[in-house]
Ligand binder design. Structure first.
Ligand SMILES: O=P(O)(O)OC[C@H]1O[C@H](O)[C@H](O)[C@@H](O)[C@@H]1O
Length: 295
């Protein structure tokens, strides 16, 4: 059980051998290993030097999903997916060996980001006083990411939030995603068309970019059809789930993603992005997801 603080990242190691790595840039989780296997997808072309959002792992989307106009100031524009994933966070604290309910122990690292730590350009695009507190907790078979948003401004503000998780999968043609049936979704591939998901099992054989709204089930499953290694995603205080795979043409268009890598990943992203979350001055919001894997 240990936490190593390196220059640009933190490595959490659990007594069972599971581990996680979190870059200070974006507080991006870039690795989660259980039973010696990497469970998150990180592109072999991902840029890790802080000049671009990291392609893979769990980038954090805040306060804007996509490229819509700034919710608070129609004249300003935030970069795609906002501020958090392209800012350098600080470590607030770490713990190891804390007992959790099922007899397991956890190792954690907590990261902070405030308006005073972001670049001038980003502060101009989103001139709000805020504090983000992000905790990554590792047990033998789970990885929890938990975000607290504090409004330290004198005015209310609105935000989106999303854990943009890239799962590593051995073969996308076998993957099915369960827990999103009978939900309305916005299809970003079809210019924002809205439709109802009728399938129990969502399979992927073309570009998929959908925002499923008001997810009611308490668990989304990514079934690899390998007899093991299935992922379970449990969101808390998060309304929507995005499913994304860029498929062939989009993959070719991304400089930090290999042409063939769409076969090895799927993004299942829990958050609140269909509507903004309003937050009054002096108030806090908290949301989390717990990922677990069958071994
Ligand atoms: O390329 P990025 O800015 O990291 O975005 C990657 C993807 O993120 C989400 O899944 C969005 O729904 C997609 O529309 C977007 O293409």
């Amino acid at each position: 059980m240990s936490v190593q603080n390196l220059e640009n990242k933190v490595i959490l190691t659990h007594g069972s051998g599971s581990s996680a790595e979190v870059y200070l840039f974006g507080a991006t989780v870039t690795s989660w290993k259980v039973s010696g296997l990497e469970r998150l997808f990180l592109s072999k072309k991902a840029i890790l030097d802080g000049t671009k959002a990291i392609r893979g792992g769990i980038p954090l989307v805040f306060p804007q999903f996509g490229t819509a106009k700034n919710p608070n100031d129609a004249s300003a524009k935030l970069p795609q997916h906002g501020i958090a994933r392209i800012s350098t966070w600080e470590i607030l604290s770490t713990t190891s060996g804390t007992s959790v309910s099922n007899g397991d122990e956890e190792v954690t690292a907590t990261f902070g980001l405030t308006d005073s730590q972001i670049s001038n350009n980003l502060r101009e695009a989103w001139p709000k006083k805020f504090q983000l507190i992000y905790t990554v907790s590792l047990t033998a078979r789970t990885l929890k990411t938990s975000l607290e948003v504090k409004n330290e401004d004198n005015e209310p503000f609105n935000f989106h939030v999303l854990f943009h998780t890239y799962f590593s999968v051995p073969d996308i043609s076998k993957v099915s995603i369960l827990g999103l049936s009978n939900l309305t979704y916005t299809d970003k591939v079809l210019n924002g068309t809205r439709a109802l998901e009728s399938r129990e099992k969502i399979t992927i054989d073309q570009e998929v970019d959908r925002v499923y709204e008001n997810v009611a089930s308490d668990e989304i499953v990514v079934d690899l059809q390998e007899g093991k290694g299935n992922f379970h995603v449990k969101p808390s205080n998060l309304r929507d789930t995005v499913v994304w795979n860029p498929w062939i043409d989009k993959s070719r268009g991304m400089s930090d993603f290999d042409d063939e890598e769409y076969k090895l990943m799927v993004c299942v992203e829990t958050g609140t992005v269909a509507d903004y979350i309003p937050l009054s001055p002096g108030h806090n919001w908290q949301g989390s997801q717990i990922l677990s894997v069958d071994i």
